[in-house]
Write a protein that binds this ligand. Structure first.
Ligand SMILES: C[S@@+](CC[C@H](N)C(=O)[O-])C[C@H]1O[C@@H](n2cnc3c(N)ncnc32)[C@H](O)[C@@H]1O
Length: 296
């Protein structure tokens, strides 16, 4: 690839999905896009980028499907699901049980890839909450890739994928054999709805969630987009909610808005409920316990 080819593709990919590529990724660009370039009969990558930019949504969608890294597995990293089971869900349920009305739990798996993450969350909820049927539980699973969403929505996995991360007791309990693989059972599938969402565009309309998982997607963005997206995600978390990011991701440089919490060898983030510094510094009145969470 020439430098012009690389520039044209990096610009196209950034504009379509915010993934930051550079010349060090020429092998990745070629391995993922060469077939599309050939299919479109383009002489080179610059021509292809121009065609994709001027094309209908179909070619743009093909580029996103080809370029995105969709590596995932059931119960990826294990510890976030333990923190969910032993900390986040019991705390949420405790708190919501105090209210006569609030039997609703809203969860968002942002950048869910082929569905292993939202289904792992659903199975964790079912294992943790024996009376899960008495709760109104909804898990919204989103991704920018139509291919990923289609596969996730089908919930049918080949043996190679069910052999990664999924204990056999979960496979037996929550899946049924089908077409040489396994399909997630209807009761688990019913908790999850799927939608196409680009994390670089506004997602305020999705509302707020008790728990947000957004793992191993924002790492592909540039520093400024990463920062903006984490802050936007943080705004979608309820005052007592939980934000889980990938094991190599951290919100520590985003300031005091979100507090890291360490549980079950995992880190998740919660809105910071400390009194603001200026109140402490001015020593106004006696020490008080903050009644209102200080966030946003
Ligand atoms: C490596 S997978 C992570 C899947 C899962 N969260 C996990 O940790 O196993 C990254 C996912 O991010 C999605 N993605 C990439 N750019 C995105 C964007 N701008 N908006 C939403 N999803 C995006 C990709 O399509 C891919 O499915």
């Amino acid at each position: 690839m020439t430098p012009q080819d690389i520039d044209a593709i990096c610009g196209l990919v950034y504009d379509l999905c915010g993934i930051a590529l550079d010349s060090s990724k020429d092998y990745l660009i070629e391995s993922r896009l060469a077939e599309l370039v050939k299919r479109e009969g383009c002489a080179n990558y610059v021509d292809f980028a121009v065609r994709a930019r001027n094309s209908s949504d179909n070619l743009k969608r093909d580029v996103v499907n080809a370029i995105t890294t969709r590596e995932t597995l059931f119960f990826r990293d294990k510890s976030p699901f333990e923190a969910l089971m032993f900390k986040a869900i019991p705390e949420l349920v405790d708190e919501k049980s105090k209210s006569a009305y609030d039997k609703r739990i809203r969860i968002w798996s942002a950048a869910c890839s082929t569905g292993q993450e939202p289904y792992s969350i659903a199975m964790t909820l079912m294992e943790t909450l024996p009376d899960f049927r008495n709760w109104n539980i909804s898990i919204l699973a989103t991704d920018i890739s139509d291919d990923a969403i289609d596969r996730a929505s089908r919930g049918l996995y080949p043996p190679l994928e069910t052999s990664r991360g999924l204990e056999s007791r979960y496979l037996n309990k929550y899946f049924t054999p089908q077409d040489g693989g396994h399909r997630i059972k209807d009761e688990v599938r019913a908790m999850v709805s799927f939608e196409k969402v680009n994390l670089l565009q506004s997602f305020v309309h999705l509302g707020r969630f008790d728990i947000v998982f957004c793992r191993n997607a924002i790492i592909y963005f540039n520093a400024e987009d990463r920062r903006r997206t984490y802050l936007n995600l943080a705004n979608q978390v309820t005052d007592n909610g939980y934000l889980f990011v990938g094991s190599s991701e951290s919100l520590i440089d985003l300031g005091p808005k979100f507090q890291p919490q360490h549980h079950c060898k995992s880190v998740f983030y919660q809105p910071n409920r400390q009194l603001p510094d200026f109140i402490l510094a001015n020593k106004v009145g006696p020490a008080v316990t903050p009644a209102t969470p200080v966030v946003r």
